[in-house]
Design a protein around this ligand. Structure first.
Ligand SMILES: [Zn+2]
Length: 80
């Protein structure tokens, strides 16, 4: 199941890349849900496995924790 309850498709691990614009419907508390956000890529060595993040008021908000258990898509993150 790669869609939410409304049938909207989540961003996929295979397709999401730096520079893409996404929206998030989860309130992480550090940026406004629904806001358009650009996918960034960390160059830090320790982030090499899952380097993608979006900017939030704390700095880098890594999106790897949103990956579902089948490692296919990002829960709550939508391509635009
Ligand atoms: Zn954050």
């Amino acid at each position: 199941m790669c869609t939410d309850l409304n049938g909207l498709a989540y961003a996929t691990v295979a397709n999401l890349k730096p520079g893409d614009i996404v929206t998030c419907d989860i309130d992480f508390g550090c940026f406004v849900p629904g806001q358009r956000k650009r996918i960034m890529k960390s160059k830090a060595q320790e982030d090499a496995n899952w380097p993608l993040y979006i900017r939030c008021k704390h700095g880098k908000h890594f999106i790897e924790p949103q990956i579902d258990e089948s490692r296919t898509f990002y829960i709550g993150i939508y391509p635009t």
